[in-house]
Ligand binder design. Sequence first.
Ligand SMILES: NC(=O)c1ccc[n+]([C@@H]2O[C@H](COP(=O)([O-])OP(=O)(O)OC[C@H]3O[C@@H](n4cnc5c(N)ncnc54)[C@H](OP(=O)(O)O)[C@@H]3O)[C@@H](O)[C@H]2O)c1
Length: 337
Amino acid sequence: VSQLLKIGIAGLGSVGIATISCLQRQQEMLTARAGKRLELVAVSARDRERARGVDLSAYRWYDDPVALAQAEDLDVIIELIGGAEGKARATVTAALQRGTAVVTANKALLASHGLALAALTEQRQTPLLFEAAVAAGVPVIKTLREALTASRILSLRGIINGTCNDILSRMAVADCDFSAALHAAQAAGFAEADATQDIDGHDAAQKLSLLAMIAFGRKIDPAQIDRHGIRNLSRHDVIQAKRDGKIIRLVAAAQLKSDGVPQLRVAPEWLLPQDPLAQLQGPMNGLVIETELAGSLTLSGLGAGGDATATAVIADLVDLARNRHNLPFGMPVANLH
Ligand SMILES: NC(=O)c1ccc[n+]([C@@H]2O[C@H](COP(=O)([O-])OP(=O)(O)OC[C@H]3O[C@@H](n4cnc5c(N)ncnc54)[C@H](OP(=O)(O)O)[C@@H]3O)[C@@H](O)[C@H]2O)c1
């Protein structure tokens, strides 16, 4: 058995660079925990000349991430490009087809093509891990898929979009309107220049679909989720909520109905202050899981940012090194309803 896990990283943005920096700084501790040296061998992004704040000179460079995915000497590629189609999809597919394990943080890709990719992982017997795709540093996928596998899940309620949570927190604290809060969130690095995917609830719906597939063992199309964003919330709504002793948050929820089909919804909710989700400020994420056998569990933590997301990416690498991995949705695709 090799004492190295040879890694390629495609995408050197916030998460890619935080992952490299963490691998470089914590080599010794990670080797002890993984039982193998996590050895970064090759990287890929669009612009080779861009200064990225970490030393990349020791790694082989690829202009094309698909060529990286086809390299013969890699055990795993980490896809951190983003997007449901294009290079991200081609890179993940090429790696799995070759039999190279994949770690990704790409919820858009998994929400659109997760079933096909899961089928490919079964066919090629090649792992696909994606803890970082939902709630960044908060281990929601591992908890649902591994820790709670003995119990039926009755419901999920979560704050799983850090951008919306940051905007709503700012509207309440700074007493400003939606567009001022959006601009402030963009300036602070908590919202992208084009925040449509976040503020209209698409991102939360994609993540909810992944959680619900694992929790309920069902195939879920995020486009079918009842979805309402936050762009129409006004300063007046927030002030009125405060007067009523409530806190507005974008909540993603899934509830098992008596016919076994989960009802899914992403929408702003007016929460009581004692609700665990109401206490999450800024880019924090959280999930309340109601189970049949183990009561109610609440997880919360930093749901965005390079370091928090890199934490989940590297946890997946250590699982691979230890040969601990599961099917993407916790059961074969053929068993999903
Ligand atoms: N940021 C977060 O807090 C966070 C949290 C959880 C999950 N995620 C997910 O993590 C992934 C990466 O996010 P990020 O924030 O790190 O993104 P980012 O900062 O925008 O970085 C994207 C990287 O991908 C590269 N890239 C884009 N198109 C490419 C192409 N066609 N060929 C080769 N490389 C290409 C870019 O190259 P250049 O640098 O050369 O332009 C860049 O290095 C996404 O799936 C995102 O949803 C992010």
